[in-house]
Design a protein around this ligand. Structure first.
Ligand code: SF4
Length: 203
């Protein structure tokens, strides 16, 4: 079990990103590190099996300095840190503002989402260009959980709000995302148009 932190703001704008509502740096809610820490501690008290923190987004490395301090505290408390970034490890290694956070990440899944290379066969990976980097020995590449196909969790709260977490298949995403559904319909029509037999020549 993991404590997941969604970080608002991503300037990479990958086509078909499943979290476009997280692109704006002005969206989301403001939380202090102390508030997040209290939530994490409460979660840990309820779920002693909690293994670590996962950073998703949005783009965690666009708030790297604040997250570096928080992740250092998380790891000092005996938890591990996993992060998803649209930047590649090579790009992050060249950024002076990314080093402190990178040093606190045990497992990095890197790279933009590339829709032409979409895959659902590998857990935690949305397109085949993305790579899991085991930066410490906190995780093992041999862990059977990493051999599973991708999946998504669908949750509904007491207000009837639905949250899709993970990597939804196209049809699941379309069911909860009207804009994506319209796009799929357009694509289907385009494909059907291509398949129509050529009109018979008139006499
Ligand atoms: S890096 Fe991730 S959050 Fe940012 S646009 Fe690409 S897929 Fe979306």
């Amino acid at each position: 079990m993991r404590f997941v932190l969604w970080v608002q703001g991503c300037s990479l704008a990958c086509p078909d990103c499943c979290n476009p509502h997280m692109w704006s740096a002005r969206g989301g809610e403001s939380w202090s590190q102390e508030q997040i820490w209290e939530r994490l501690e409460r979660a840990r008290a309820r779920h002693p099996e909690l293994e670590g923190l996962t950073l998703v987004g949005g783009e965690p490395f666009e708030q790297a300095p604040a997250l570096a301090a928080f992740c250092a505290r998380v790891r000092a408390a005996g938890l591990n840190v996993m992060a998803f970034s649209g930047y590649t490890l090579a790009e992050l290694a060249e950024r002076p503002d990314a080093g402190a956070l990178l040093a606190e990440v045990d497992l990095l899944v890197d790279g933009r989402y590339q829709r032409e290379e979409h895959t659902s066969e590998r857990r935690f990976v949305g397109s085949t260009n993305q790579v899991m980097h085991f930066l410490t020995d906190a995780f093992s590449p041999e862990d059977p959980r990493f051999q599973e196909p991708n999946h998504a969790e669908i949750r509904m709260n007491h207000l009837g709000e639905v949250q899709v977490v993970g990597f939804p298949f196209e049809k699941v995403r379309a069911a909860f995302d009207p804009a994506y559904q319209a796009k799929l319909r357009q694509e289907e029509k385009r494909q059907q148009g291509k398949r129509l037999p050529a009109a018979e020549g008139s006499s």
